[in-house]
Design a binder for this molecule. Structure first.
Ligand SMILES: [Zn+2]
Length: 299
């Protein structure tokens, strides 16, 4: 064996050891599931944070509890559901997330029925979720409200083996979070966690742009502004960015200051905030920083 060959083998051995130890140090990817009532809710509420998780190598799934077959002024039924499923797949691709599951329950008719609770329990278990996010059970839309109830009802039962016994239970309760909303009664939304999505705001808008039937047809129609939607694709993106910029409330700004420090928080232009549900695992601040690795560490 020449000296050079020996050196090469030694170097290969060294790199193998380094790679293996790095691998061992790396923690398992986090597993997050966002459960919205309709095929665009998770994107609107959580699209930016989801893109950040995905960019960091974590596993994100969106679930829509209904198929969205009522969400249009001219279309409806199975054809609309199919269109929205295709839009959801495209949105998932643009956000970089792993899956977008659309459950085949009718839109605008969602009830907190047992079989749907079991569908949700199975989705959470099959994903082996660390974090579950959904609507609060107070909301203007009955589907949002009932999706919130269904997910809340699943929060404890995901660990109970005799419930939906065809799907193995989780060993421990995930953390359950709520999307941000503006409703004040019976209690206003509390932003326990706030994430700076300024760097991925464009990605979030690209994801929303995939929901053409909603962003450019149905939602503007319900708001009486269908005539304001531009035709040109680039103009549409700019229009959507304007209309989908959520003002940062004083409470959310305060949460941003807590997690990012005052100086950084002042410069944040776009944020998504989440409330920790009282059901499911109750995380400490340290656990929240581990579950939301885009938040800066404490030093
Ligand atoms: Zn919705």
């Amino acid at each position: 064996m020449t000296r050079i060959t020996f050196a090469l083998i030694f170097l290969m051995f060294l790199s193998l050891i380094t790679t293996t130890s790095l691998w061992a140090q790396q923690e398992e990817p986090l597993r997050i599931v966002a459960i919205g009532a309709h095929p665009d809710d998770s994107d609107i509420q959580f699209g930016g944070t989801a893109a950040l998780f995905a960019q960091m190598g974590h596993a994100v799934k969106f679930v829509s509890v209904t198929n969205g077959d009522a969400g249009h002024q001219e279309e409806g039924g199975g054809m609309l559901a199919k269109r929205r499923m295709a839009e959801s797949d495209e949105a998932a691709r643009r956000l970089g997330i792993d899956e977008y599951v659309v459950l085949d329950n009718h839109d605008a008719e969602l009830q907190p029925h047992l079989h749907i609770r079991h569908q949700i329990i199975r989705e959470i278990r099959n994903w082996d979720a660390d974090i579950v996010i959904s609507h609060r059970p107070n909301d203007y839309h009955p589907d949002h409200r009932n999706a919130g109830i269904l997910v809340t009802d699943a929060a404890y039962l995901v660990i109970v083996p005799n419930v939906a016994p065809d799907t193995p239970p989780l060993e421990s309760n995930p953390v359950f979070l709520y999307f941000q909303d503006r409703f004040q009664k019976p209690s206003p939304f509390t932003p326990h966690i706030a994430v700076d999505i300024t760097d991925v705001f464009d990605t979030k808008i690209q994801g929303l742009d995939a929901h053409e039937s909603q962003m450019y047809e149905w939602l503007p129609w319900t708001a009486g502004m269908l005539d304001q939607v531009p035709d040109d694709p680039q103009d549409r993106i700019e229009w959507l960015s304007e209309h989908r910029t959520r003002p940062i409330t004083p409470e959310v700004r305060q949460a941003l200051e807590k997690w990012y420090g005052e100086e950084h928080a002042q410069n944040i232009q776009h944020a998504e905030a989440f409330e920790i549900a009282e059901y499911g695992s109750q995380p400490s601040d340290d656990v929240i920083r581990r579950l939301f690795p885009m938040l800066p560490g404490t030093e």
